[in-house]
Design a protein around this ligand. Structure first.
Ligand code: UT7
Length: 333
């Protein structure tokens, strides 16, 4: 049976660092509040006119091509999980394929907010498992600074910019994407959404004046759904596959709030040393958090490691993917 193995990882974070202290000069907040409530110390911001999501995706994609020693023309499909694409249309996948020279690939953007990467990973894996494609690139990233209101202290402290990517290739070994459980509940749009700019409320002077092109979030409500959703689905995928916490080497959790991650880890009985975390450096990069974790921890990953990758986000969308890691990260140059 063909499985979809992750054979390379890439990432890109912009150079500008927005610290908690700098945020304290912009809104009524402080480093102590942000750190204790979220675990975030700093986040990256893609500054400068005309710089969009594709720039970060291209950085991540090119790293993969280099590491794997392949040309962009070998790619069959490029999926980009995001809610902050370069344009309303065309898709950021189109732009990325053009910029990296993936002349034989097609692709699309997938909108599932913070679950964008796991939705895209499960989708990409299907094209490999059927035998149709040999090289599928799955990218997750967001330029959240383009939709964040930097006068709203409840949201601006959380989010940052960044993108990461993985390459999927076929394997007949017992490795790769082993299982996934994905969920959705559109009623969540009442708690977390961007009200204007879509077909319900197209951009107008009024929508701009009312600041409706920014992320709207009812933080406490989302927090409660997220804790339950992410913990439950992580436990569910273990149970479904007869796995216990002893079988798992790594929890790879979406980085929205350290307290949500801690609750998920404790629910499935994992110690801190098995949890990938980088929220303190990047904040919540939405679809970017999970591939950026894999990028940061690649060197520590060993062939055969079991990873539980879990996310919860806008939609609501949430889920877990069980991946058996396919290579020794320490050997990657
Ligand atoms: O990734 C997408 C999914 N999103 C999430 O998972 C986010 C889930 N939600 C959260 O992470 C948390 O709800 C937040 C980090 C957004 C907020 O933390 P919280 O512990 O839920 O705070 P809160 O909204 O209950 O506010 C507590 C207090 C309030 O003051 P009062 O009413 O108690 O006087 C807020 O006004 O903290 C105040 N507050 C702040 N104070 C300093 C809210 N934001 C700030 C701030 N600095 N930045």
């Amino acid at each position: 049976m063909i499985k979809a193995a992750i054979t390379a990882v890439g990432g890109y974070v912009p150079e500008y660092i927005l610290t908690n202290d700098e945020l304290s000069t912009m809104v009524e907040t402080n480093d102590e509040w942000i750190t204790t409530r979220t675990g975030i110390k700093e986040r990256r911001i893609l500054k400068g006119e005309g710089r969009g999501l594709s720039e970060m995706c291209v950085g991540a994609a090119n790293e993969i091509l280099k590491k794997r020693g392949i040309s962009a023309e070998e790619l069959d499909l490029v999926i980009v999980g995001t809610i902050t694409g370069d344009y309303g249309f065309p898709s950021t996948s189109n732009v990325v394929c053009d910029k990296i020279g993936a002349k034989n690939a097609w692709g699309f953007d997938l909108s599932a907010a913070c679950s964008g990467f796991i939705y895209a990973l499960a989708t990409g894996a299907q094209f490999i498992e059927t035998g149709r494609y040999k090289k599928v690139m799955v990218i997750g990233g967001d330029k959240m600074s383009s939709i964040i209101d930097y006068t709203d202290r409840a949201t601006c402290i959380i989010f940052g910019d960044g993108a990461g990517a993985v390459l999927l290739e076929p394997t007949t070994e017992d490795l790769g994407v082993k299982d996934f459980i994905l969920k959705a509940d559109g009623a969540g749009r009442n708690y977390l959404c961007m009200h204007a700019g879509g077909s319900v409320l197209p951009a107008s002077h009024e929508t701009v004046d009312k600041r409706q092109h920014y992320v709207y979030q009812e933080g406490q409500a989302v927090f409660k759904f997220a804790v339950k959703g992410m913990a439950d689905v992580s436990a569910e995928i273990l149970e479904k596959n007869n796995l216990t916490s002893n079988d798992i080497q790594w929890l790879v959790p979406h980085q929205a709030n350290k307290r949500i991650v801690d609750a998920t880890a404790s629910r499935i009985g994992l110690n801190e040393d098995k949890i990938m975390m980088n929220i303190e450096r990047y904040g919540n990069t939405t679809a970017g958090t999970i591939p950026l974790l894999l990028w940061d921890y690649e060197k520590q990953l060993k062939k055969g490691d079991n990873l539980i990758i879990s996310a919860f986000g806008g939609g609501f969308t949430w889920g877990s993917v069980w991946v058996k890691w396919a290579y020794d990260g320490s050997k990657v140059k």
